[in-house]
Design a protein around this ligand. Structure first.
Ligand code: ZN
Length: 312
């Protein structure tokens, strides 16, 4: 009765203050909603909530009357019913054709709390709660906010600004961390180049097996192949994928070679002459692909299976 009468009241106020007619509503156990035509703004909603609660405090009578459909009924929303119509009215506010049960006066609705607004196909869905449900929701909101405030050791009203500034700081430190991680990967690539002995043809070859191909690994591969005569092959297990980076003077066209090998393995991918990447479907033989690539790149057991440095 509280939620239902509250819906009558809110629908009337939404029409009065915002010129927003109700096109539908839903009364739920957790929350109820009213769909109104058009767009609403947060400022309007605060006005609507304030006005609705004022009408609750005025404790206006909610009356039931019966009139014939042929009379001028003055309803908020015209009815298509014919014959005797049951009209529920809130004094000086609303007249609706309704067969439901209602409270006797607006005071019994209790506090009205409007929550979120959702845009749905040109309409606005207004979520609201009345009576004890509004109180319980406000209590739950307070507890959630208090928990956040406690974790910041800050007054509750300061938490939105604090959350914002913490998020900014987190983004900044993430950017700084990324920069350091990339620099570290590049240094690793240079070090690996120096520590890898060239083959008889003067080419330095490296094969790496990793869990996942990461941005850091790409940076390492690029840095390794910035050195002359170099080939860097990486196999990622999860998802099954490969990365091939080569120096321009390596005698290998990375994109073409990888694309051909991937096509045979039902995979997809490609890239430039010096950097290429691709993947094979889960369950496909990654080992088979790795073998094919190793053989076409002249990777020998000496240059393969280099220990992977600890993950950063
Ligand atoms: Zn009703």
């Amino acid at each position: 009765m509280q939620q239902h009468t509250g819906q009558h009241l809110l629908s009337a106020v939404l029409l009065d203050l915002c010129d927003a007619p109700t096109v539908g509503f839903h009364l739920g156990a957790e929350a109820s909603t009213i769909d109104v035509a058009g767009a609403l703004e947060a400022g309007q909603i605060r006005e609507v909530e304030r006005r609705a609660n004022q009408i609750v405090f005025e404790n206006r009578p909610v009356m039931v009357s019966y009139q014939h459909s042929s009379e001028d009924l003055g309803l908020r929303k015209p009815t298509e019913r014919e014959g005797v119509i049951r009209i529920v009215s809130i004094q000086n506010l609303d007249r609706s054709a309704c067969g439901g049960t209602h409270v006797r006066a607006t005071g019994e609705i209790g506090p009205i709390l409007i929550r979120k607004l959702d845009r749905i196909r040109g309409n606005t869905r207004v979520e609201f709660l009345c009576g004890l449900r509004a109180l319980e929701r406000a209590r739950a909101d307070f507890q959630a906010l208090s928990a956040i405030a406690r974790s910041f050791s800050a007054p509750l009203d300061e938490t939105p600004a604090l959350v914002d500034s913490q998020r900014e700081k987190l983004l900044d430190s993430e950017r700084a961390r990324r920069k350091v991680a990339t620099e570290l990967a590049q240094a690793r690539g240079r070090e690996l180049y120096v520590n890898t002995s060239p083959g008889a043809d003067g080419v330095r070859r490296v094969e790496r097996r990793v869990e996942t191909l990461s941005d850091d690994l790409r940076a390492e591969a690029q840095s390794f192949t910035a050195g002359q005569k170099s080939i860097f092959l990486a196999i990622g297990e999860n998802p099954p994928s490969v990365l091939l980076a080569v120096s321009a003077d390596s005698g290998v066209k990375a994109g073409e070679l990888l694309k051909a090998a991937l096509t045979k393995a039902n995979g997809r991918g490609g890239g430039s002459a010096t950097m290429a990447q691709g993947s094979v479907p889960p369950g496909a033989s990654l080992d088979e692909l790795a073998k094919t690539l190793a053989s076409s790149l002249d990777l020998t057991p000496d240059t393969r299976h280099l220990p992977h440095p600890p993950d950063t």
